[in-house]
Structures are given as structure tokens and as C-alpha cells.
Design a protein around this ligand. Structure first.
Ligand code: PMT
Length: 401
């Protein structure tokens, strides 16, 4: 699967740099070409001679060769590769990648690369759990970069916890799985609608009825589909997330009615729709034009039901269209999910329950069960939403065959 593939291996300065020798050997053994880029700090952890010998290529560190002035073109290197692997990715390097601080060749190459980028973080436990590291990793994922999660265990500091760079074998497996999926081309060019995030139902100019959805699940699904070549229209309610994948066309909406309007238009031209938004079931019957004043001890707001978008699309669905819904449950989860699968004419339903810790709204993880029309169900363990998105898209691909 990796034969003939060209990789940039960007090594930054962490103790796990020693694992890059084995990683390079494994890649070369698979028949891949590896161009190693090192930061100055990385050279303190593993020698350029070791990496040059194993990769069978000169190592690139500086913007130019100080001996003869030869320019090391980061643009050419970035365009040459089928994938870039940043391993180990230190907190410093991830911070620079997330913020475009282009002060070394690894970062300028990263910024020029048009290929998928795999990032294998490594650092001490406290650094790993710092909010700035979390934010930088989320930012990189929002750019479409693929995070290879570190493992847990004893760290170089003596602390025990998460922060050990993934083993070279695991990185190679991830690369193989990625290129295998890409080669399958089942989703290439397919038009897909994805809904994400919450809806806000206006009460008056300063208040709304909303929910806790962040959009993380839906954005991860949109990214995964786009990475597999689908042309995605992402209809999202208010969300602070960004997505920059060229295959994703984002439409921002606010209310359930806006979301319905957008989805109705897009759905006719789609082969697949994934409804992961948390859409309000009710909206105020009357929206006040002026801020409502405090008048009495109690206040009653009359609500009317919104359009059930998934159900409406299920009624319009043609034979060549595949409709995936979500079920967010707090009780009788499976029973309720099955009811939704049938009543909305879905082909697949993804059940997540708020009874599972780490699942549902506004967290980076989810725990799902996928149920198809034949009532076959697959339970998945708690995983990052990026991995969950991968499982959901795998299931869609296999059922569309
Ligand atoms: O955004 P995150 O913070 O990452 O959280 C992810 C999530 C919890 C929002 C997501 O995983 C999820 O469960 N989304 C569906 C939430 C929901 O509204 O579930 P439901 O069981 O109420 O709705 C069932 C299905 O009908 C869903 O596909 C929903 O999008 C759809 N629906 C519901 C109401 C409505 N008026 N129109 C709809 O299309």
C-alpha cells in the first residue's frame, strides 16, 4: 500500500525523535521514499547522519545550504510529498503549525504542503493536558490534519500518563489505512449533505432557545467525508468551529427553519445526507420584536413544532439516496433510536446516549452504536470524535456497496 509513496518526515525536538529511525526503516522497507526534515533541536536528539543513512537522502534542516548557498525549496518539497508526518510533534512545533509561525524549514514546508498531514504529538503529561496544547491540537484537526494520538505510559520525565509518541508500527498502520481508503475512491466526487451544531430559536432580540451542541461531531464527519474525496455541503447552526477543507462548502444557519430551507435545496442533488445537527423540536410561536420585560413571577412562552428535517428528507428520499440520522437519547436508547430509524425513513441511525460519560454534546469524544435498516447493530467503544467520524463513514461506505 505504501510502495512508491513519498513522505516528508518532519522531526521536531523531543526525546521520541529516536523512534524516527525505526519509523524511517519501516517506511523504506515498505518501498516508500522518505525525505527527512529536522528542526535544529531535533538534531540534539538524533543525528542527521543516522536519519540520512536510513532514509538514503540528505537531511534538510536549514532554508539553504550554508556551504554553497543552495536554496532548500519548502514549496517544492511540500508539493513533492504524498503525505507529511510530523513526528515527534512537540508542543512548540504544534503551536507554530497552528499559528503559522514560519521560523524553520519544517514549518514553512508544512504551510506549503498540499498533501495530508499526520501529526504524532509527544510531550510531558502536564504539557499535554495544558489548554493551549489542547487548543492547538483542535486547530490542527480543524485544518484537516490527522492526529495520531499519543499513548499512555511512563514518560521521559518519570511521570506516568498520556504523552508517549505513537509507536512507529502504529504510525505505519495509520498511513496504510489512510491510503487504502483513498484508493477505494467509493466516495470520490459523491455529493454529501452534512448537518451540524445546534439551532437557535429566537424568543426576542436578546434571547433564544438553544442546546449544548458544539458542532464537533458534524464537523468531524464533514472532514472525514471530504478527505475521502466527497463534495460536502456542511449546513451548520451557530458554532465557533472552523473548517478549511477545500471539498467542504459551509452554509451557516441559525434556526431550524433556516436549516430546513438550506437542506431542502441541497438534498435534491445529494447522494448521501448525514443529519448530525441537534435541531430544536419547538420554536416560539411568536418572536417578540422588542426585548421582553420582566412583568410577573412566571412567564409562559407558547411554542410550536419545527419541521423535522430528517423526516422531511426521508419522505423525499429517492432510491439512489442514502440518509443517515442521529439519535441522542437519555433513556430507552435503543428502542427510541429504532423508532427514529423507521419513522424518519433512515438507512442508518447513529445512537449516542448522554448516559455514557464522554459521549454527546461539546466533548471531544463520543460512544456510538450504529443500527441499520435490518436492525443489525454495531457497538463502538469511547473514541475521539475524529475516530467516530471515521467509523461512521466506513459504515456508510460499506453499506453503499
Ligand atoms: O455537536 P457536538 O457537541 O459534537 O454534539 C454531537 C451531538 C450530540 C449533537 C450529535 O452526536 C447528535 O446526537 N446529534 C443529533 C442530536 C439530536 O437532535 O438528536 P434527536 O434524537 O433529537 O434527533 C433525531 C434525528 O432527527 C437527528 O438526526 C436530528 O438531526 C434530526 N432532527 C431532529 C429534529 C428536527 N426538528 N429535525 C431533525 O432533522
Amino acid at each position: 500500500m505504501l510502495k512508491g509513496k513519498k513522505f516528508i518526515l518532519g522531526i521536531s525536538g523531543g526525546i521520541a525523535a529516536y523512534k524516527c529511525a525505526h519509523l524511517t526503516r519501516l517506511l523504506v522497507k515498505e518501498g516508500a521514499e522518505v525525505q527527512v526534515l529536522m528542526t535544529k533541536m531535533a538534531k540534539e536528539f538524533i543525528t542527521p547522519l543516522t536519519m540520512a543513512t536510513l532514509s538514503k537522502r540528505p537531511i534538510l534542516v536549514e532554508f539553504y545550504n550554508p556551504e554553497n548557498g543552495d536554496w532548500n525549496s519548502h514549496v517544492d518539497t511540500g508539493l513533492w510529498a504524498d503525505a507529511m508526518i510530523v513526528a515527534p510533534a512537540t508542543a512548540n512545533t504544534m503551536g507554530k503549525m497552528a499559528n503559522g509561525i514560519a521560523d524553520n524549514l519544517l514549518i514553512t514546508t508544512y504551510l506549503s504542503a498540499k498533501c495530508p498531514v499526520f501529526v504524532a504529538p509527544t510531550m510531558d503529561l502536564d504539557m499535554y493536558t495544558h489548554p493551549s496544547t489542547t487548543r492547538n491540537m483542535e486547530t490542527l484537526q480543524s485544518y484537516g490534519n490527522i492526529l495520531i494520538e499519543p499513548g499512555s505510559g511512563e514518560l521521559a520525565s518519570g511521570l506516568v500518563g498520556k504523552g508517549r509518541m505513537a509507536e512507529p508500527e502504529e504510525i505505519v498502520e495509520k498511513l496504510k489505512a489512510y491510503f487504502k481508503k483513498k484508493a477505494s475512491k467509493k466516495l470520490a466526487g459523491k455529493k454529501v449533505l452534512v448537518t451540524a451544531g445546534p439551532t437557535h430559536e429566537k424568543i426576542d432580540p436578546v434571547r433564544f432557545i438553544g442546546n449544548y451542541s458544539s458542532g464537533k461531531m458534524g464537523f468531524a464527519i464533514a472532514e472525514e467525508l471530504a478527505c475521502r474525496g466527497a463534495e460536502v455541503v456542511l449546513v451548520t447552526g451557530p458554532s465557533s468551529l472552523s473548517c478549511n477543507h477545500p471539498n467542504i462548502d459551509r452554509i451557516n444557519v441559525v434556526s431550524a427553519a433556516d436549516m430546513y430551507k438550506a437542506c431542502e435545496k441541497v438534498f435534491a442533488g445529494c447522494e448521501i445526507a448525514v443529519m448530525s445537527a441537534a435541531v430544536a423540536d419547538y420554536t416560539p410561536a411568536v418572536k417578540a420584536d422588542q426585548k421582553m420585560k420582566r412583568k410577573s413571577e412566571t412567564l409562559t412562552i407558547e411554542l410550536k413544532s419545527t419541521v423535522d428535517i430528517a423526516k422531511a428528507l426521508g419522505e423525499k428520499k429517492k432510491e439512489n439516496q442514502f440518509l443517515v440520522g442521529f439519535a441522542l437519547e437519555t433513556n430507552d436508547a435503543e428502542q427510541n433510536a429504532l423508532k427514529k430509524l423507521n419513522s424518519k425513513n433512515l438507512d442508518l441511525i447513529v445512537l449516542n446516549s448522554l448516559q455514557d460519560s464522554g459521549a454527546g454534546f461539546n466533548v471531544d469524544t463520543n460512544k456510538i452504536t450504529i443500527i441499520n435498516k435490518q436492525n443489525n447493530k454495531k457497538d463502538f467503544p469511547l473514541k475521539s470524535k475524529v475516530e467516530v467520524a471515521n467509523d461512521i463513514v466506513d459504515e456508510i461506505e460499506s453499506l453503499m456497496e
